[in-house]
Design a protein around this ligand. Sequence first.
Ligand code: 3Y8
Ligand code: NAP
Length: 246
Amino acid sequence: MTRTLVLGGTTEASRLAKALAEAGEDAVFSYAGRTASPVEQPLPTRVGGFGGVEGLHAYLRDEAISHVVDATHPFAAQMSLNVVQACAEAGLPLCAFERPAWQAGKGDDWSHVADIDAAVQALPEAPARVFLAIGKQNLAGFAAKPQHHYLLRLVDAPAADLPLPNCSVEIARGPFDEAGDLALLQRHGITHLVSKNAGGRGASAKLAAARALNLPIVMIDRPQVPPRMTYGDLAEVMAWLFHTPG
Ligand code: 3Y8
Ligand code: NAP
């Protein structure tokens, strides 16, 4: 009898939750609690951190979890690190459900950088109009280049003052579409984009819109996560769940 913990917060996690609910499987969905009202899931859902590796290990034991699927975003590196450690300690099977990274195609003008600080350095000195499509957790670094006008896209209206003097805010929860992102870039006269290499379809519209307008993209590579069994396909995750003794 399996009892699965799904670490969520992505399109893939929502698809897995739907498949598990439709199969009548015993599973729990987990959000970090980053947004005010996350999308409802068809599984019992918990919200908030576990309290580090120790808290997660205790949760796995107390909730009699038999399998864990890490379907968090590729940039949720701390969660992915913690769950590798907690499952090793608890002796539980773990797999990741993760979409492949985006690859630059014909007509793309991408410069790859390793992290947020390198993305700031990659922006020009001359004032530009920059679409920061990276959410709200990593904005402070861009205050080092206040000469630019920044367009921010956030899931929730900012509670506190933003760390950037010259910015406009778009409140929107993806997934996004190309027509909408094209209109957004044109409306704001955007000259540069900064994006995380999230992969998947939920955030790729801006890449196509940038290509259509011949705009350069500063593309932030994914952080390192520890090795673990990883699938990019829902059917493979479901097969793993039902063929891996828990
Ligand atoms: C809380 C759950 C689903 C999941 C949808 C995907 C698609 C839309 C695109 C842009 C890029 C960004 C951001 C983004 C996308 C999906 C997916 C994805 C990027 C929600 C969600 C939670 C979060 C957290 C949020 C972060 C932020 C990142 C915005 C729900 C909507 C920029 C990542 O305000 C904040 O503090 C936001 C924080 C982490 C990155 C950051 O560092 O700020 N996601 N996003 C999850 C939790 O609490 O556990 O509210 O419903 C989920 C989704 N966001 O079910 O279909 O799968 O990628 N999310 C990035 O990719 O760069 C937007 O604007 O173009
Ligand atoms: P992170 O930096 O990797 O994790 C920081 C801490 O947040 C973790 O140690 C854990 O707290 C808690 N946490 C993260 N994901 C969780 C989950 N699904 N359930 C319960 N606790 C969780 O995470 P993040 O980058 O802030 O991402 C947070 C959430 O947003 C994740 O669900 C992720 O899938 C989603 N998301 C993130 C991005 C992004 O760009 N980072 C993009 C889209 C969606 P404890 O140590 O206390 O357990």
